[in-house]
Write a protein that binds this ligand. Structure first.
Ligand code: R5P
Length: 286
């Protein structure tokens, strides 16, 4: 049985179809005091599956809470094995204490999620090491190759760039899945949560199509800066691709104003840029 958090309904439905497993009916109530109640009414009919796969992306505090409740609901109903598909793990980028007195937020979140599950699958966390924060086994699935699917087949002499060295492997994976092209990366300096500086790499981009690839677009600051640099240097078409299209606030507008041709992401975070599903990649691991 596939159990969907409300932020992952499309992905959960695709996963149910891939695995040919039933998609459970779920309900989410909001109480006047702000509390949530996420439940799985379908379990009330007395038939308890051996395994429940809870699919969620913790894009907000409510989504975190909902996931914990759904895990608990299926356990309460007597399900033997609870698998959690954490398609996008919020707080994964807070993977260390940045200053004295700070928490390791990714660890705190992982510990809470660990208590209600026997296994965790997550998709391209910012660093794979975040899996070590979970107590049951946690595996990171690499869905980067799916990002090649929505790209135009006629990319001209393409360059696949990552905004920093940390994402260059994702850029390589997308290039390999596309078939051809050069790979390089920028040097990024972050000045604040929304302000980043991108130092161009030496790669020639003039009159070439460029695909900028990253694990996540959050505020769009990184990608819009990268696109601006590329346009200044005479790139032909620029596309941006990411696994997790969080696109917070005015991110999409920033990217459009910077001159991007298209924004392509997966359905780990469902929205306007979800051009491709990670369900087949996840199904292979389930
Ligand atoms: C950071 O290293 C990540 O890989 C992304 O580059 C970053 O999270 C993107 O954030 P934003 O869209 O806010 O610039």
């Amino acid at each position: 049985m596939i159990v969907s958090g409300s932020s992952s309904q499309s992905l959960a439905a695709s996963l149910a179809a891939e695995l040919d497993e039933p998609l459970a009916a779920t309900a989410v109530e909001h109480f006047p005091d702000g509390e949530l109640l996420a439940s799985v009414p379908g379990l009330a009919d007395g038939t308890t599956p051996d395994r429940a796969v809870v699919v969620a992306s913790t894009v907000s505090a409510d989504a975190h809470l909902e996931l914990l409740q759904l895990q608990d609901a299926v356990r309460e109903a007597g399900v033997d094995e609870v698998v959690t598909v954490l398609a996008y793990m919020g707080y994964a980028r807070q993977d260390r204490a940045f200053d004295p007195g700070h928490p390791v937020s990714a660890r705190a979140v992982a510990r809470a999620i660990s208590t209600g599950t026997d296994r965790i699958l997550t998709v391209n966390p910012h660093e794979d090491a975040v899996c070590d924060f979970f107590d049951p086994s946690a595996d990171a699935v690499d869905a980067a190759s799916t990002l090649a699917d929505p790209l135009p087949a006629d990319l001209a002499d393409p360059v696949f760039l990552s905004p920093d060295a940390g994402a260059v492997e994702i850029a390589e994976t997308v290039r390999d899945a596309h078939g051809d092209g050069e790979v390089d990366y920028f040097e990024k300096t972050r000045h604040s949560g929304t302000d980043v500086e991108i130092a161009p790499s030496d790669v020639r981009v003039e009159a070439r199509d460029v695909v900028v690839v990253d694990d996540i677009i959050a505020t769009g600051g990184t990608m819009s800066e990268a696109v601006s640099v590329l346009r200044d240097r005479g790139a032909a078409r620029t596309y941006v691709s990411c696994v997790h299209p969080l696109l917070a606030g005015t991110a999409y507008t920033r990217l459009a104003r910077a001159g991007v041709e298209a924004v392509y992401g997966t359905d780990t975070i469902e929205g306007a840029a979800s051009a491709v599903s990670v369900a087949p990649v996840l199904a292979d691991e389930l």
